[in-house]
Design a protein around this ligand. Structure first.
Ligand code: C5P
Length: 402
């Protein structure tokens, strides 16, 4: 679509980046919760089934948007079969097969994230995963021919360090906490008040979730510890953390994140004819179904799934996590399509700062000096990166869809 698409008059580029910022914060909360709670069945849900269902749901979302998009271009009475035929042709013709590679990479990456989070605490995970900012920049330069001047490289390094520092565990520094409250009261009391009202609802839900997690964990423990068998089951179920496996997994995930994202961007933006982002998403999800089903569901967890069932350990929280991930995937694709991978990483970095800020304002978390420094670095890096380069690099390729 030429001329920069908009929704309600707002550029899609802006909408997708801002929405991803908020979605990412929500996902961090709910994913953490889904891993902490005691499962309803005798097992925690199988990661491979979640990775697979994530793609199924994303496929359904993309198909819905594709149907809407195609039907708008056709006469009102057009039969459904014609709409489907058009979608089918756009999905299975042209260079769509090229998405088999990012599909395999993303499936691998999504699986690695589960491996990493099963072996590492979220803090270490979050810090190490930020290396994806640099791997993404590296692949953007080498595969897409982007030129990043020294100022932008510098800002990306500052961003990576800033987000990592923000993610450090908070020490109890009451002074710094007071400082930020004072600061915010001083400079933007009104907007903060409004933001507070808005976030109040979200906070209530988060509190309730945490309470229920604690209650269900206690209930689960009481029930299970009643007999020796129960204790033995608990031991069997308790995940054995393997720190070096976790670190390896997250480092590879950061590398694959950059490669997969840039590969997807390359196929989308180097396309000889413009192809709708929904068609691209259908192609990506469709080709992801195979590796996630065969390598994940059958090969990795097949034996256990055969014993316990595909949906063992599922409840509404797990479903909500998967749904949130699917929506995140869709938003990511919009960011890559309308902006680029580097801008997408800025959005998620800011979301990490925001989710900590919410915790400070509404959960009475105290702020460490490190948090303030990290936040300033993220803001500074964003400002530095979005400013003009002093010397223009080579002009962007003409076929980039804006
Ligand atoms: O951490 P990162 O930004 O690399 O995560 C990207 C996520 O977005 C992955 O879970 C991937 O499956 C998803 N994605 C998607 N559709 C795209 C691009 C990415 O679902 N077109």
């Amino acid at each position: 679509p030429a001329g920069g698409p908009t929704m309600f008059g707002v550029p899609m580029k802006k909408i997708s980046l801002v929405t991803l910022t908020f979605q990412n914060s929500a996902l961090i909360l709910i994913l953490h919760y889904s891993r902490m709670m005691t499962p309803d069945g005798d097992h925690r849900y199988f990661a491979s089934t979640a990775v697979f269902l994530n793609e199924v749901i994303k496929l359904a979302i993309s198909l819905t948007f594709a149907i809407y998009e195609v039907s708008r271009t056709l006469a009102p009475q057009t039969p459904v079969s014609v709409i489907f035929e058009q979608i089918y042709n756009s999905v299975f013709s042209g260079d769509g097969w090229k998405l088999t590679i990012p599909a395999a990479l993303y499936t691998f990456q999504n699986t690695l994230q589960y491996v990493a989070l099963s072996n590492l605490d979220p803090v270490h995970y979050q810090i190490l995963y930020q290396l994806k900012i640099l791997t993404t920049a590296f692949f953007s330069v080498t595969m897409l021919g982007r030129s990043l001047g020294p100022k932008r490289w510098f800002s990306l390094v500052i961003l990576t360090m800033g987000v990592s520092i923000v993610s450090l565990p908070t020490s109890t520094s009451q002074d710094a906490s007071l400082l930020i409250h004072d600061f915010s009261d001083h400079f933007f009391p009104r907007s903060l008040h409004e933001l507070g009202q808005l976030a109040g609802g979200v906070t209530e839900v988060a509190r309730e979730l945490t309470k229920r997690a604690a209650t269900s964990a206690v209930e689960g423990l009481t029930k299970r510890s009643a007999t020796y068998q129960g204790i033995k089951e608990d031991l069997d179920m308790a995940p054995v953390m393997n720190y070096s496996a976790g670190v390896t997994a997250v480092l590879i995930a950061a590398l694959v994140s950059g490669l997969a994202g840039v590969y997807f961007e390359k196929v989308v933006k180097d396309s000889p004819t413009p192809v709708s982002v929904w068609t691209r998403n259908i192609q990506l999800s469709f080709y992801s179904l195979f590796p996630s089903l065969f390598f994940g569901v059958f090969m990795t967890d097949g034996e256990e799934i055969a014993k316990h069932g595909f949906f063992d350990g599922y409840n509404w929280v797990v479903w909500a996590t998967i749904l949130c991930q699917s929506v995140g995937g869709v938003l990511t694709s919009l960011c890559i399509n309308y902006a680029d991978n580097i801008a997408k990483n800025f959005a998620t970095s800011i979301s990490i700062v925001l989710s900590f800020l919410f915790s400070v304002l509404f959960f009475n978390f105290s702020v460490s000096l490190a948090f303030l420094v990290g936040t300033l670095m993220v803001i500074g890096a964003t400002y530095l990166y979005s400013g003009p380069e002093r010397k223009r690099g080579r002009p962007p390729p003409i076929n980039i869809v804006n």
